[in-house]
Design a protein around this ligand. Sequence first.
Ligand SMILES: [Zn+2]
Length: 124
Amino acid sequence: MAKPKLVRDNEELPDVARAAHIGLLTLKATGCSTWKMLVESPETHARVQLTAEQQQLIDEYPYVVQYLRLAPLSTLLICTNCRRWVLASKNPGKNAKCNLMIGCAGTLLYVSSMPARLKAEDAE
Ligand SMILES: [Zn+2]
């Protein structure tokens, strides 16, 4: 059997966004397009290995994770200022202004389904 894949998520994201990022990467690693599909096929769990911290984030945000989908993409948009979030399928682009709360001056951050880039010190 193939070695389980590790999930490299972006640890700098707010917790709820990290949970979404870990969720999407888990779907990718297991070849499932929806969370429902993943939950209903326990054999796919062996294809991915989460750290205790990653598993805890998934467990903390079940109401986010259950709506994640790869195809078509359903991910999370979160405001860097008010921390409100919505599910989204499209990237609003860099520096998109927050429209989740009246008068908020924050920008929206789009959680991608791509793994975090290796930091320079990890890459050696
Ligand atoms: Zn905001």
